[in-house]
Design a protein around this ligand. Sequence first.
Ligand code: FPP
Length: 253
Amino acid sequence: MASLMAGEQGTGLHVAIIMDGNGRWATRRGLPRVAGHRAGVAAVRRVVERALDAGIGRLTLYAFSSDNWRRPASEVQSIFWLLRAFLRLEAERLRQRSVRLRVIGRRDRLTQPALRAIEKAESVTADGSRLQLYVAIDYSSRDAITRAAAAVTENLLNRRPASADLLGSLLAHTLAANGGEVDLLIRTGGEKRLSDFLLWESAYAELLFVDCMWPDFSGSDLDAALEEFSRRQRRFGALPNPRENHVPVATHG
Ligand code: FPP
């Protein structure tokens, strides 16, 4: 498992999680949906702890998609209240564990209190080096790619020197800012779709869809996911290497 945990970029395995199923978890118990989100935060704490124990280098959690604005205002408010509470209450604990937290996604539509909580948590944890924790808020992968492409266009219109692979390098920059290539993408809640999450970064990710609702996802479920990942043969379009599980160089095809 040790070599697998290094990930493809040598900066630690990158695990990304679509935390789905909070609402159904609550509804099945006769509880309001917000109770599912609250239980979802507890699952986030458990999974971060286990990610540290397991030696995962990068963990990206999909907390609020740009399409989630379409939910009732009361649910949106509850999710942001929980997010702010998490950032406020957990930042110090994360710092002590050498976890660096960063938020990815748009910031121009967030409230001032949410922005302040994000900036504070990012600055408190800025020196963390054991685990890079990315929380996606108001995140849309298409939007991130479109913005990178728009930056290229602006560059060209302004007749700044442009190299042929400027788009590639801008997208690579977007990638780097978001934790880079995903090695393992997990979605809980039984649905099998990507929902506009890290589309570019997951080009060669191993995908794992599990039926468990997010609030029930435990440290041992993460262990089981890593076990499953270790059994996958990653080829990146090349032919299987009879002696190695991993093909070292990513080629396309
Ligand atoms: C998806 O379940 C979950 C969300 C849209 C919100 C996720 C938010 C949290 C777990 C809380 C905060 C996160 C962090 C990082 C502290 P759903 O509501 O779509 O569930 P359903 O498909 O059963 O309706």
